[in-house]
Design a protein around this ligand. Structure first.
Ligand code: HBI
Ligand code: FE
Length: 281
């Protein structure tokens, strides 16, 4: 079992705890405010409209660390999701079990001023600012619940390495195609200053049209910005394409070679070219 910088062994404590919002100190709220102000400026014209609408609806703002009780009132009225607080990384079985029941697990600790730009594991800014706004979107909310159910099944089938790539390349690092160009919906990008600029503006990474089997074969980097982003057309597409039974898909994909993070295949549709008005052939 690995111990992380934050001192939690993954899966060592799956308990749901109170957020204990009253116990945050002025410094904690000040860190939230710095992070919120920095990201919310950057995300205009970069984050997808669904995300920005959710942020607004939830009342997540620069005032300070949000109180889960208030967020849960809004979520209850919109998609029926709830946020539950956990001490840190929890076991995969517990993580997917909550998700399958429309409960999103969020950490309650916030990074220190020295860790503003890089974290090895999620804190409340990543979890709440990055993930929670899209839980107000009905199609995304259904996708995440379906992912939780799929996660429990993948655990039984021994296919979690494959399925975890889908989470990574959609929920954490996904881009959405819009008439104005690609926009961010992935929480890992949303909560990162550097990557929210890099993923859209830098010529280096590949931006490839969503392709389920292709994603299940693609390794990912956890130590640097992504080499490849996958671009969906809509959250309905994401839900539709991941609705089928994955068991036969896992068997097919297991026979195929893995794809390295930066590889481009002849069959890939590069989205930048579509926006340039050139063809993808
Ligand atoms: N626990 N708190 C927490 N947050 C996560 O994002 C998380 C987790 N446990 C397991 C897990 N993620 C992963 O295995 C998934 O990314 C597949
Ligand atoms: Fe995350």
């Amino acid at each position: 079992m690995t111990t992380t910088d934050h001192g939690n062994a993954i899966g060592s404590d799956d308990s749901v705890i109170p957020q204990a919002w009253e116990t945050y100190k002025a410094e904690d709220h000040a860190i939230w405010r710095r992070l919120f102000e920095r990201q919310s400026k950057l995300l205009v014209g970069r984050a997808c409209a669904e995300y920005l609408a959710g942020l607004d609806q939830l009342g997540v703002c620069a005032d300070g660390i949000p109180d889960f009780r208030k967020l849960n009132e809004v979520l209850d009225r919109t998609t029926g999701w709830q946020i539950v607080a956990v001490p840190g990384l929890i076991s995969e079985a517990a993580f997917f079990g909550h998700m399958a029941e429309r409960r999103f697990v969020a950490t309650r600790w916030i990074r220190s001023a020295a860790q503003l730009d890089y974290l090895q594991e999620p804190d409340i800014f990543h979890d709440v600012f990055g993930h929670v706004p899209l839980l107000t979107n009905p199609a995304f909310a259904d996708y995440l619940q379906a992912y939780g159910r799929g996660g429990l099944k993948a655990l039984r089938l021994g296919a979690l390495d494959m399925l975890a790539r889908l989470y990574w390349y959609t929920v954490e690092f996904g881009l959405l195609r819009t008439p104005d160009g690609p926009r961010i919906y992935g929480a890992g990008i949303m909560s990162s200053k550097g990557e929210s600029i890099y993923c859209l503006d830098d010529p280096h990474p590949n931006r490839i049209a969503f392709d389920l089997k292709r994603i299940l074969r693609t390794r990912y980097r956890i130590d640097d910005f992504q080499e490849t982003y996958f671009v969906i057309d809509s959250f309905e597409q994401l839900m539709g394409e991941t609705a089928p039974d994955f068991a036969p898909i896992y068997r097919q994909v297991a026979e195929l070679a893995e794809i390295e993070p930066g590889d481009v295949l002849p069959t890939d549709i590069l989205v930048d070219r579509l926006f340039d008005g050139r063809t993808d052939t």
